[in-house]
Design a protein around this ligand. Structure first.
Ligand code: 5GP
Ligand code: MN
Length: 343
């Protein structure tokens, strides 16, 4: 799965105690947080001084994860984060393929003097790293961290804290085992994590059954009032402006999952969520079946991701962004018009 020379070289690097930082991507999700925390608990047992750095605030429904209170958030503690980056001899980049995915932290990460190791499952990793544990055909970076620990011959260091972090990463990145998990290995790893003490029902509740009333009402509003369906294009979009967000007391994480709902319509193969941020509109793409969101987001919206899940942005105002999206999608009418079923 991993390159044997890379394994040997990184094993060597981990032989002496080091200052290590782990870096997550911007707008952190369960995979980048869970994978970083799993790695943190593992590397600390080897005697390293480890800090996990996150560009901006992460959703509150991950705060129950052991060690999440120790995550250093660049937006809140820039000076400390820069210091840690400068002092680290090893920098693990977790769940992203290019340093610009760390937002305002990117330039400091690029200049950090340590050896950069990437653990990630996104397509087309950039050439900014020294060592690659990059596997696209994997459910999640959480699963890759498990494989990394295995490759280091250190499965004996697995414990409940690591298991909770990695299980959360895998569960969230596969939509609770509904996509990107068509390999038996994912379930074998999950079985071991459960044996280490993970209660899947409890983890599911802690992540998904934590809505505030206003978050649930924002979801209702999004579907009832802010969804456009292009039946002939097999696509639908939900568009939320700043007023929608403030009317429903938006908190980080409140729009997580909203983009999936339009895909529950039988004929809809692509869903887009547009959210107005400070100067840009952030876009999330989700498809079911063959439509490639990564290519679409890269080509038209300055983004990327995976085949069935990607992100991007546009500088257009909302009404023009929707218009532009409709025109762009019209070029893909044939690609989008398939029927989901057995081949
Ligand atoms: P989400 O819509 O949940 O923010 O992101 C979906 C997927 O696309 C994630 O795997 C995320 O890492 C990736 N992604 C989101 N935004 C961007 C972006 O601006 N650029 C790239 N390259 N990938 C993105
Ligand atoms: Mn991921």
């Amino acid at each position: 799965m991993f390159d044997t020379t890379t394994i040997r070289e990184v094993k060597q690097l981990l032989l002496q105690p080091r200052d290590i930082v782990l870096v997550s991507h911007k707008n952190p999700d369960g995979d980048t947080i869970g994978a970083a925390l799993g790695l943190m608990h593992y590397l600390r047992q080897l005697g390293h001084r480890v800090e996990a750095l996150v560009p901006n605030e992460f959703p509150s429904f991950y705060r129950w994860l052991p060690g999440s209170d120790q995550l250093l958030i660049f937006d809140q503690k820039a000076k400390e984060v820069k210091e840690k980056l400068n002092n680290a001899s090893l920098v693990f980049c977790v769940d992203f393929n290019s340093m610009d995915r760390t937002g305002n932290m990117a330039s400091f990460l690029q200049e950090a003097p340590g050896i950069k190791i990437v653990i990630d499952h996104h397509l087309q990793p950039s050439d900014e790293f020294q060592h690659y544990f990059s596997v696209v055909e994997t459910s999640s970076t959480g699963e890759l961290v498990y494989s990394f620990i295995e490759a280091m011959d250190h499965l004996q260091y697995l414990n409940k804290e690591i298991a909770l972090a990695l299980y959360t990463a895998i569960m969230t990145d596969t939509g609770s085992f509904s996509f990107a998990c068509n390999q038996g290995r994912t379930y074998e790893i999950v079985a071991r994590l459960i044996d280490l003490g993970v209660d899947p029902t409890l983890v599911h509740r802690l992540v998904y059954d934590t809505f505030t009333e206003s978050r649930l009402r924002l979801l209702g509003h999004s579907i009832s009032n802010k969804m456009r369906v292009w039946n002939e294009l097999h696509a639908a979009a939900i568009y939320l402006d700043k007023k929608d967000l403030s009317d429903f007391s938006y908190q980080v994480g409140d729009t997580e999952g909203v983009v999936n709902y339009p895909l529950s319509m039988e004929q809809i193969n692509l869903s887009i969520l547009l959210t107005e941020k400070n100067s840009l509109i952030r876009m999330s793409f989700r498809s079911k079946g063959g439509f490639d969101c990564n290519l679409f987001a890269r080509k038209h919206y300055n983004g990327g991701g995976h085949k069935n899940a990607a992100g991007g942005n546009t500088a257009l105002p909302m009404d023009q962004a929707l218009q532009h999206l409709e025109e762009t999608l019209s070029q893909y009418k044939n690609e989008l018009g398939y029927k989901i079923g057995f081949e």
